[in-house]
Each structure stands twice: as C-alpha cells, then as structure tokens.
Design a protein around this ligand. Structure first.
Ligand code: SAM
Length: 256
C-alpha cells in the first residue's frame, strides 16, 4: 500500500476524534490533572477510558477492582458503567493524587459507588474479599506480577482482568533497555501468555491493554491438543457439509 506516512499520534488522534466524547466530568478531571500534574500522561485518556467503560458494561460487572487510581479518570469512566448497586474499589498509594481523586469522586453522580483505599495496593488487596467481575491493573510496573497474583484469586470465575501499559511505549521490544520497569513488563507479558490458568489478548490500544480471563475446561475445548487438529479431515468440494452451505445468490439486475 502506498500513501502518506501516518504517525501513531495521527492515528490515535483520529481514533479519539471518532470515539464518543468524554463527559464534562471527565473533561474537568483531565483538565485539572493536566494543569496541576507533571505526569498527566498517566491518565488512560478518552479512548481507553471509553473502552474500559464498554468492557465493564459488556461484562455486566457489579464489582470492579482498580489498582492505581491517580486522579480518578479511569475509576470514574468505569463507575459510569456500573449498575446503581455496583461498586468500584480503587487503590492509591499517593496521598496527594488520592485527595484529588476523592474530590472528583465526591462531585460525581457515582460518589456512592467508588471506594478509594489509600495505601500500598498489595496491603489493600490482602484485605479484600472477591469476587470482582472486572479488575484493572494500572500502577507501578515492577509490581505487576504481584498485583496479578494477588488479584487473580479475587477475580470471578467468568471475570475479566485488564492490564494497562503492557506495550510500554514499545520498550518491551528493546533488549538493551534494562530499566526495572521495562524488564518487569517483558517478564510479565511472557508469564501471562504462558500461564495455563488464563488466556489473554494484547490490544494495541494506546500503550497496550492486555485482557485476561480464566482458562476453563469449556474454553480449553475450543483449543484442543495438536493431535485432535491433525486428525480432522480436510474438506473437499464433494463434502456434503460444504455443498449444503452453497446457497444460490440472487444477482442484482440493476446498478444503484
Ligand atoms: C498510571 S497511574 C494510574 C492512572 C489511572 N488509572 C488513570 O487512568 O487516571 C498509576 C498510579 O498508581 C499509583 N501507585 C504506584 N504504586 C502504587 C502502590 N504500591 N499502591 C497503590 N498505588 C500505587 C501511583 O501513585 C499512580 O497514581
């Protein structure tokens, strides 16, 4: 394919322009975060925020667990998709960002659904009772494996886990990058892909979002062992199943 060189920023901008816009509440959180914080890029932003909202709603989740609140953008995005009796427990270690998030939660229609738990997330996770229908991991990368191990037992049998920043700005491909966060992310991605307890898919949305769900017997049945695949017949045109699916196509008589 030939054509103009398209940058990642341009295509991300196009996606944002063609996604349902964020609410005034989320705009306010995003604006205040941008003007008062150096690291505003930590917010999931409008496209991933809408994706999280979609996933929580599609899952029909009633209980959500978030690890990494920051100023509250993702928690508010997910809270909007919960039923009135739903709840989101969100963990944050930094008292300054936790205070800002609390203020935004309090000024939102979802104030009764959001419970911010201050302190190191691993300590908080040890006190929680499952099951959670949706878990979102978005805190310090060096602890991702620990968060995963602590959150998996809290995940409902048919629950969904989403893990943010798993492409780590592409640094997961840089073997020379020996920063602890990059090596932790590489090890985490390899571990989850090979973990027989789960199945996963890495979405290339924004900085990478990995979706994880439990591997069940039924799901394993959709991916039988190699010998089952090898024993399947190769269909031919004479195969009655192939022939039965041939439906006569009506040709259009005029062009529109
Ligand atoms: C990437 S930001 C979260 C962004 C947020 N999900 C959003 O979209 O606005 C990561 C957050 O995790 C918090 N964090 C880092 N280490 C933590 C820990 N051990 N326990 C709880 N929170 C932690 C940081 O203070 C930071 O606010």
């Amino acid at each position: 394919m030939t054509g103009p060189e398209i940058t990642r920023e341009q295509i991300d901008g196009y996606a944002a322009d063609h996604t349902t816009p964020e609410t005034p509440l989320l705009q306010r959180v995003a604006n205040e975060t941008r003007t008062s914080m150096d690291n505003a890029g930590m917010m999931v932003g409008p496209v991933e925020g809408r994706l999280l909202e979609f996933l929580v709603r599609l899952k029909g989740a009633r209980r959500v667990l978030e690890i990494g609140t920051f100023t509250g953008y993702s928690a508010l995005s997910m809270a909007a998709a919960l039923p009135p009796d739903g709840e989101i427990v969100t963990c944050e270690v930094d008292p300054h960002t936790a205070a800002m998030a609390r203020r935004h939660f309090g000024a939102s229609p979802w104030r009764d659904r959001i419970k911010l738990r201050a302190g190191p997330a691993l300590d908080t996770l040890a006190t929680l009772q499952g099951p959670f229908d949706f878990v979102f991991i978005d805190a310090d990368k060096e602890n991702y494996r620990n968060y995963y191990e602590a959150a998996l037992p809290l995940l409902a049998d048919d629950g969904l886990m989403a893990v943010d920043n798993t492409l780590w700005s592409g640094r997961v491909l840089d073997d020379a990058d020996d920063s602890p966060a990059t090596r932790a992310m590489v090890a985490f991605n390899d571990f989850v892909r090979d973990d027989p307890r789960v199945e996963c898919v890495v979405l290339t949305v924004r900085d990478g979002l990995t979706l994880v769900r439990r591997s069940t017997e039924e799901r394993a049945g959709a991916r039988p062992p190699a010998e089952v695949w090898a024993s399947l017949p190769i269909p031919t045109d004479e195969d009655p199943v192939v022939r039965a699916e041939e439906v006569p196509v009506e040709r259009p008589t005029s062009r529109h």
